[in-house]
Write a protein that binds this ligand. Structure first.
Ligand code: HEM
Length: 138
């Protein structure tokens, strides 16, 4: 899949100054729309977690051309997610909440092209993470 790297990087720039706010909104959307996911975070330090999520997204987008490094990092992240209870069927929910939050933050810059670029990017990210998770499950 050919990812729209410039589009992804440009749109990410637009939330760069507001990442903490963005992450707060993201988890609010996720837990509101998919309450079954909230218990997974029962013992999580959400202040740290917000930073982890943003760092992972930024690193992925900034290094997306460095395919091998990004692929390995995402597979390892997916492998760790098995122990967090992140089932395969939760990945689309997670992606939907991310898209919803991006839409909220990008406003009129959330065009059909930008939306598609992020749908493709999250599909690729999820696919790699799940590959790592399957490896772990054996
Ligand atoms: C699809 C993209 C996703 C990204 C980029 C992402 C990113 C992260 C990162 C960076 C961490 C910090 C811990 C670590 O590095 O191992 C983390 C932890 C976690 N994630 Fe995700 N995640 C994703 C999907 C999911 C999904 C689908 C779920 C389940 C609904 C989930 C649930 C969790 C939980 C429960 C933790 C553990 C927090 C703790 O340490 O208590 N994540 N995630």
């Amino acid at each position: 899949m050919a990812l729209q790297v410039e589009v992804l990087q440009e749109t990410f720039q637009q939330i760069k100054e507001r990442t903490d706010e963005f992450a707060i909104s993201f988890y609010e959307n996720l837990f509101h729309d998919y309450p079954q996911i909230q218990p997974l975070f029962a013992r999580t330090n959400m202040i740290e977690q917000r930073k982890h999520l943003i760092r992972a997204l930024m690193l992925t987008i900034e290094n997306i051309r460095d395919t091998e490094t990004v692929n390995d990092a995402l597979k390892q992240l997916g492998e760790r997610h098995v122990q967090y209870g992140a089932l395969k069927e939760y990945y689309p929910d997670f992606c939907a909440a991310l898209l919803k939050t991006f839409e909220l933050y990008l406003g009129e810059n959330w065009t059909a092209e930008v939306k598609q670029a992020w749908i493709d990017a999250f599909a690729a990210i999820s696919q790699l993470m799940l590959k790592g998770a399957e490896k772990k499950a054996g």
